[in-house]
Design a binder for this molecule. Structure first.
Ligand code: GLY
Length: 378
């Protein structure tokens, strides 16, 4: 690349990379983002759930706090992004209803509710009748529900499109190219090597390549692995659901997320199959079967897309944020099931780090040194 060396180069133009590039540019930094297909990774498959409470897992208190902090930022983030881009991002604030079918599902729902109450989270147990009053298209066979009015959703692809526009108008340069390596000179990251021979030198390199983050030459060992998810998009769902419905269907999990007026996302499988992008008959069958069990009206919808992508999984399901053990290389990866939710808080803490050199307290539990024992030096 010719021209002045940017302050920051970001490897990866998904939701995380673009949002932090936008925020860093707003702080006065010159920023370049490199991606050969921006938004075609996990961002393309994300359902857009902003669901720290219904995704909360036992022992993941720090992640829950980060998720709640990011959820609280979403309304302002969405409004600013819509303002900066002139594009809608589809924030829905109709809440999330979790339902179950058999005794085991109901026991799990009760355990989830007890856990949420212990943490002081807002969730209300509903009778089957009340659940169906809340979402009338639910099957009468649901045995009960758990209503989380604070867990919302956004149209992930619309957010990405808006971020492309907002980042460009803030002065972010987007370079189309595949990142082949992080350049290292004198024990410090100095830029990116692109496929085909070009380089992008920069003052600081940010790694935001999602599931691909760990495989990049020049990057110290990182505990990030691909966790495959297959997801379906359907059309013709106008008025079918008000908010997100998550279900335990005799032990199997499915979620249905309405977006963009008449669209519905049904997701998602969770598979440890490396970088396998196959959409399988079994995956599509299970998702449709379970979605139709929960909302029989799904059977009438048009299936418009089936897609497989990879969540960037980590051992504790939480992201890697902030400095790495390689000076000059900053991490914004490993967001696993929560990339869309964590976009506002990630972009904020990363922009603060890039602009001031200080990582905000909120992000301190998520630095990569928590895995130092487990990751050998390369
Ligand atoms: N956040 C939903 C999923 O990863 O499937």
């Amino acid at each position: 690349m010719t021209g002045p060396t940017p302050d920051v180069v970001v490897a990866g133009g998904g939701l995380i990379g673009l949002s932090l590039a936008w925020r860093a540019a707003q702080r006065g930094l010159s920023v370049t983002v490199v991606d050969d297909a921006p938004g075609n990774g996990a961002s393309a498959a994300a359902a857009g759930m902003l669901a720290p409470v219904t995704e909360a897992g036992y022992g993941e208190d720090a992640l829950l706090r980060l998720g709640l902090a990011s959820l609280a930022r979403w309304p302002t983030f969405a409004a600013e992004l819509e303002q900066a881009s002139g594009l809608p991002v589809g924030l829905r604030t109709a809440g999330t209803l979790v339902v179950g079918f058999d005794d085991d599902d109901m026991r799990e729902l009760d355990a989830l509710h007890a856990f949420q109450q212990e943490l002081g989270l807002n969730a209300e147990r509903l009778t089957p009748r009340a659940a169906r009053r809340h979402e009338p298209s639910l099957t009468p066979r649901v045995r009960g529900g758990l209503l989380v009015t604070g867990d919302h959703s956004v149209d992930g692809r619309a957010v990405h499109t808006a971020l492309l526009a907002a980042a460009a108008s803030a002065g972010v340069q987007l370079v189309s190219g595949r990142v082949d390596a992080v350049l290292v000179d004198g024990g410090r990251a100095t830029g990116l090597q692109l496929a085909g021979g070009g380089t992008v030198p920069a003052g600081t390199v940010v790694l935001a390549l999602g599931a691909h983050s760990a495989a990049l030459p020049g990057v110290p060992p990182l505990p990030v692995r691909p966790v495959k998810g297959q997801i379906l998009r359907l059309a013709g769902a106008a008025g079918l659901l008000d908010g997100t419905v998550r279900a335990l269907v005799r032990g199997r999990r499915v979620y249905l997320v309405p977006y963009a007026g008449n669209r519905l996302i049904v997701g998602a499988t969770t598979e440890d199959r490396g970088f396998d992008a196959t959409v399988t008959a079994g995956g599509v069958h299970d998702l449709l079967h379970d979605a139709i069990d929960v909302v029989p009206g799904v059977t009438e919808l048009e299936l418009v897309e089936a897609l497989a992508r990879w969540r960037p999984g980590t051992a504790d399901n939480a992201p890697l944020l902030g400095p790495s053990r390689l000076p000059g290389l900053v991490l914004a990866t490993g967001h696993h099931r929560n990339g869309v939710l964590l976009t506002p808080v990630t972009s904020e803490v990363l922009a603060e780090l890039l602009a001031t050199g200080r990582l905000p307290e909120l992000a301190a539990p998520f630095t990569s040194d928590r895995f130092e024992q487990e990751m050998p030096c390369r």
